[in-house]
Every structure is written in structure tokens, then in C-alpha cells.
Design a protein. Structure first.
Length: 277
């Protein structure tokens, strides 16, 4: 039996490639998450950037707790099954009136994973709507991988500025509007993107990439993940430490090695070796 999604919603996810919204955090809880993010940013002198935006659950206990939130895990279990790993977490933040955007793309294109059995839970830590540049989906486009072209556009929030190299019908776009504390789920092959933030508030989203334990890294020399539910009988990934305090030395060291390995996969063939600032 499903835990959060109804049987018809699971069927719709499989047909369309996405589901929303999932109510995850209360107003107080999401406000606390945003305060913790922005407290780090205040201390570090600016918005979280570069490799710190990726696999951030290795650095901050509140993110590690958030990716284990029962409401998120129950929803993801409904589409992926009971044995779940978090392969990665990534912040996608657009500052007020900033030109940053996300081109139409499929997540799986450069990840190097062995299977498309991957679900992204995208949690809104601020309003995500048409004005602030919420995600937009093209339903039913998760059935096959298509060609992409790298642009490395300075305003594109993606690692390679990658964009789908086939025509996308914007008229069919479904806007994934979310209130703070809500999440959307989408399949790793779903066409999606987002426009710049035209609002006066930051648009803050945390993308959590969940995989069943049979998935493995197929092109990289090594990779790591965190078991968050069930059992891992496959052991395809190195186990990750759980931080006890922000930026603890063990977490920082592991994070450095893990993001270097992940960047080597994501940027393979380009000559680049580190995440964009």
C-alpha cells in the first residue's frame, strides 16, 4: 500500500513523470531551514556557491535531517520502493531580479548512473511560482534520453549549461508552483527547466536525488551515497558520514573528495574539474 500518494497518483507519476505538491514542512520548520542556510551565508560572506551547493548534506546536519524527513521518504518510497539512498543534494537559488535560469534538460544526461530509476524531491524553502521562476515540466517526456548541447552560459544554473537539443513545445509546460515547505517529485528523464526570478524575494530550492539501492555509478571511478530507508544489499556506493555539527572536519574532508569525484563525472570530456562558482 502507498503511504502518501494514492494508487491513482502513483499511476499518474509513472505516466507523466512528476507529482506535486507534497506537504513536507510547517511554516515554522521551513523558516528554521531558511534561517540556518542564511546564517551560513552571512558568516561566509555571500550566497552558498560552488561545490558547497552540492552534496550539502555532508556539511550541515539540518540538510541531512531534511533529506530523511518521513513525509519526503514516504512519498519517494511510493514511486521507488522501500530501499532508498540519497545520491546527491543540490541548492538551486535565484536571487531577486537575477537573470539566472535553468534551461530545458533531463537530469540523467551526465550523471553516469546505471538506471533511470531516480526521483528528485525538490523542496521549496521560499515561494516557487511563475514570478519567482518555479520549475516547469513537459509531461510524459521521461520515457527516453534525448541529445543535449552544452552552452556553459554564465546565467545558466546547470553544471554545463546543458540544454535539450530538440524542440520543446513551451505551450505544453506545466508550472510546478510550490509554497514554502512543499515539495515536488520528478523523474530523472523528465524535461524540465525554469525562468529567471522576477520577484523581490530569493527563490530557494533544495533538490534531493533519491535512488533505489540497485542503482550504481556506471562511468565514475568511485561514488558515495547515504542510506536513508530500508536496507542496502548491493553496496554499490561508499557510505557517507552524518555530520554532527556544521562544517565538521570529517564532513568537510569527505565532502571535498565526494564533490571532486562527482565533478569528474559531470564534467567528463570538458577539461573542467570543479563545480562552477
Amino acid at each position: 500500500m502507498s503511504k502518501v500518494l494514492t494508487a491513482s497518483e502513483v499511476e499518474a507519476y509513472n505516466a507523466k513523470g512528476y507529482h506535486l505538491p507534497v506537504d513536507v514542512l510547517s511554516k515554522d520548520e521551513v523558516a528554521a531551514c531558511r534561517r540556518q542556510l542564511e546564517a551560513y551565508e552571512s558568516k561566509s560572506g555571500g550566497p552558498i556557491k560552488g561545490e558547497m551547493r552540492h552534496k550539502s548534506h555532508l556539511l550541515f546536519p539540518w540538510i541531512n535531517d531534511l533529506m530523511r524527513h518521513p513525509r519526503v521518504l514516504d512519498a519517494v518510497e511510493d514511486v521507488l520502493g522501500p530501499n532508498l539512498l540519497v545520491w546527491s543534494t543540490s541548492f538551486f537559488i535565484k536571487e531577486p531580479r537575477d537573470p539566472g535560469f535553468v534551461s530545458w534538460h533531463q537530469d540523467a544526461t551526465y550523471w553516469g548512473l546505471s538506471s533511470p530509476d531516480v526521483c528528485t524531491a525538490w523542496i521549496a524553502l521560499s515561494p516557487a511560482n511563475k514570478v519567482s521562476g518555479c520549475m516547469k515540466f513537459i509531461a510524459g517526456t521521461h520515457k527516453a534520453q534525448v541529445e543535449h548541447a552544452d552552452t556553459f552560459h554564465q546565467d545558466n544554473l546547470l553544471t554545463r549549461g546543458q540544454e535539450i537539443a530538440v524542440e520543446v513545445d513551451e505551450a505544453k509546460a506545466v508550472y510546478a508552483e510550490l509554497e514554502p515547505g512543499q515539495a515536488s517529485l520528478h523523474h530523472v528523464l523528465l524535461f524540465h527547466g525554469s525562468a529567471p526570478n522576477r520577484s523581490d524575494d530569493r527563490r530557494i530550492g533544495l533538490a534531493i536525488r533519491y535512488v533505489p539501492t540497485h542503482v550504481r555509478q556506471a562511468v565514475g571511478a568511485k561514488d558515495s551515497a547515504t542510506l536513508v530507508r530500508g536496507v542496502d544489499e548491493h553496496r554499490n556506493f561508499a557510505a557517507e558520514p552524518r555530520p554532527s555539527v556544521d562544517l565538521d572536519p570529517e564532513g568537510l574532508a569527505f565532502h571535498r573528495a565526494a564533490t571532486e569525484a562527482q565533478a569528474a563525472v559531470l564534467y567528463r570530456g570538458t577539461g573542467k574539474t570543479a563545480f562552477r562558482a
